[in-house]
Design a protein around this ligand. Structure first.
Ligand SMILES: Cc1cc2nc3c(=O)[nH]c(=O)nc-3n(C[C@H](O)[C@H](O)[C@H](O)COP(=O)(O)OP(=O)(O)OC[C@H]3O[C@@H](n4cnc5c(N)ncnc54)[C@H](O)[C@@H]3O)c2cc1C
Length: 542
């Protein structure tokens, strides 16, 4: 069996794992990351992308609120191309307890979060489509963060510093010999080839799957999965993050992001055995839309684009277990002291927003175990693309290209825009009209950003995430996979089928009205015109 040697191994390519790989490589430690699917395909790619100010937690969980505001300030500097500094509002509706407004102001003060009381005219100037009957409004420094871009930038930086990344590769077992973790046994999910990676430190950053991963080393850690569902509206109905000013509950937040808005969320405890079989229930969609409408009445007139859900990776750290609970949200476990297995660390819990801090704590522990003394620098080292604010004169080199293309590419890739757009006409021909994705951007993603299929490409470029949900861009993307040498014609057809099946999962729960009409149209293009189902049958026969 093929065996690869490195110093540190990270299991899981969510924000926590990607951030940890980056921190390790920034400190000059040889490291590899193994992800069973694509980076940011777990809970990291299934949330609202809210860059919390901490206000949502201020009343109930001051420690989390303080962590959020500290990281909010850091991420706005180091990850600027992944963030929209929209600001946020907390609005009180006639049904809400008016006292919560004052409690929030007071607790934001304790947490160090700027919280400004607004006159109602000012709130409506910022967000004209708010419910006209709101009683009060507060402004906080919330924002939005794109989890896909964030993970991709962390991985890109790590790879440029020598880090190795194995996506679509599952860790089958942790290799533990004589009370020490020595590596991981892996399966390449594309070729089915088994191989192993040996290292001195193994970091389990596999989120809610952590319980299962640890069981392969005979360790018992209970995860309590809590499912949350969200719906996406087909255009940006709000400018800033709109929160309901009450104790956090279902359907009380609307987050604008890129070209759409997201209404969230629900919270339901599910059985651990169901973490792979997640579905959005009809009553969750009803709650989200009806409560969303209370915040912004236009929700009733908008088209719902898709619904999706994720699982909060909550860890049961009970009194009799020797796990080290560092904060109420973040759990860092040294399995040497807890379970007698040397060289194994688990990092779980927390939030997308605290990924950098979680990575810092994990790498600090790893560095200590390796007997090194290298310090963390992620709090001031910008991610690739966020090195500096791109100014208009720098964009002049692309004069001649439509502003919409330059703007969208810049928005997604920051300073790396110059590696993507060139003066060759072909480079800026459009693949996806909804999100303004060009041939140049697809080529860059295939060559530099670890893309193995069209679903991965969607996470790097937003292909298929806009209002048409991949109706007009996916076959062009499949063609480019073939043209750029990433897939044979039959493989590219299969990638297209997989992509459409994946999109279908999120559209199925909201299939009414315009979404149903659009889906019918898509079906006739791909089945009626292209005969894609026949290609699938033929490739099964071969
Ligand atoms: C509904 C909902 C809304 C949320 N909203 C927000 C928000 O707005 N803002 C915010 O800051 N936080 C939010 N969160 C929390 C946030 O999404 C998570 O805390 C964070 O994404 C967890 O990241 P992670 O890297 O720890 O886990 P994950 O993203 O789940 O990553 C774990 C990875 O490990 C991989 N893996 C598992 N098993 C194996 C194996 N055997 N081999 C290889 N790889 C493996 C998985 O495929 C996965 O990609 C939300 C959570 C939910 C559920």
């Amino acid at each position: 069996m093929k065996s690869i040697e490195t110093k540190a191994i990270v299991i899981g390519g969510g924000a926590t794992g990607c951030g940890t790989l980056r921190d390790l490589t920034l400190r000059g430690i040889e490291a590899a990351l193994v992800e069973q699917n694509d980076i940011s395909s777990g809970t990291t790619g299934r949330n609202h992308g809210l860059l919390h100010s901490g206000a949502r937690y201020a009343v109930k969980d001051l420690e989390s609120a303080r962590e959020c505001i500290a990281e909010n300030k850091i991420l706005k500097k180091i990850a600027r191309h992944c963030i929209e500094d929209t600001g946020g509002l907390f609005v009180t509706l006639p049904d809400d307890d008016p006292e919560y407004h004052n409690r929030l102001i007071e607790h934001c003060k304790y947490a160090g979060i700027e919280c400004e009381e607004l006159k109602l005219e000012e709130a409506f100037r910022i967000e004209p489509h708010l419910n006209p009957y709101i009683l009060s409004a507060l402004r906080v420094p919330d924002g939005t963060i794109d989890p896909f871009r964030l993970c991709s930038a962390n991985i890109l930086d790590s790879m440029e510093r020598g880090g190795k990344v194995f996506t679509h590769t599952r860790v089958d077992a942790i290799i533990a010999e004589g009370g020490t973790a020595k590596g991981v046994r892996c399966i390449d999910e594309v070729s089915s080839e088994p191989f192993e990676i040996r290292g001195e430190i193994i970091i389990n950053a596999s989120g809610v799957w952590g319980q299962r991963v640890l069981s392969t080393a005979g360790i018992n850690l209970t995860m309590l999965p809590s499912k949350g569902s969200m719906v996406i509206i087909d255009y940006r109905i709000n400018n800033v993050v709109v929160n309901r000013c009450r104790v956090p509950s279902d359907g009380d937040i609307i987050v604008p992001g890129d070209t759409v808005s997201i209404i969230g969320t629900t919270s339901r405890t599910i059985d651990y055995s169901d973490i792979e079989k997640l579905t959005v229930d009809d009553d969750e969609i009803d709650v989200l839309i009806s409560d969303g409408e209370k915040l912004i009445p236009n929700v009733a007139k908008a088209r719902v684009l898709r619904a999706y859900c994720g699982v909060r990776p909550l860890v049961a750290v009970s009194g009799n277990v020797d796990g080290r609970e560092i904060s109420r949200g973040i759990v860092l476990i040294d399995h040497e002291s807890r379970d007698g297995i040397k060289g194994l660390i688990t990092i779980a819990g927390g939030k997308l927003m605290t990924y950098r801090l979680m990575a810092q704590w994990t790498t600090d522990l790893a560095v200590k175990k390796l007997g090194l003394s290298k310090k963390c620098s992620t709090f001031h080292t910008p991610l690739p693309g966020s090195e500096q604010k791109v100014k208009k004169p720098q964009i002049r080199q692309f004069t001649g290209m439509p502003n919409s293309i330059i703007g969208s590419t810049l928005y997604r890739h920051g300073n790396r825009v110059s590696s993507i757009l060139s003066r060759q006409n072909r480079n800026f021909s459009l693949v996806c009209e909804c999100e303004m994705v060009t041939v140049g951007e697809v080529e860059y993603a295939l060559k530099k950003l670890n893309v193995k299929n069209i679903i991965d490409l969607r996470r790097r470029t937003r292909i298929g995430m806009g209002p048409c949900q991949g109706e007009l861009c996916s076959y062009r993307a499949a063609g480019l996979f073939n043209e750029l040498g990433a897939a044979s014609p039959i493989e590219a057809s299969q990638l297209l089928i997989d992509f459409l099946e994946e999109r279908w999962k999120g559209i199925k729960p909201i299939l009414w009205g315009d979404a149903l009409r659009e889906m019918e149209f898509t079906y006739w293009i791909y089945q009626g015109l292209f005969g894609l189902g026949d290609i699938a049958e033929r490739s099964e026969d071969e």
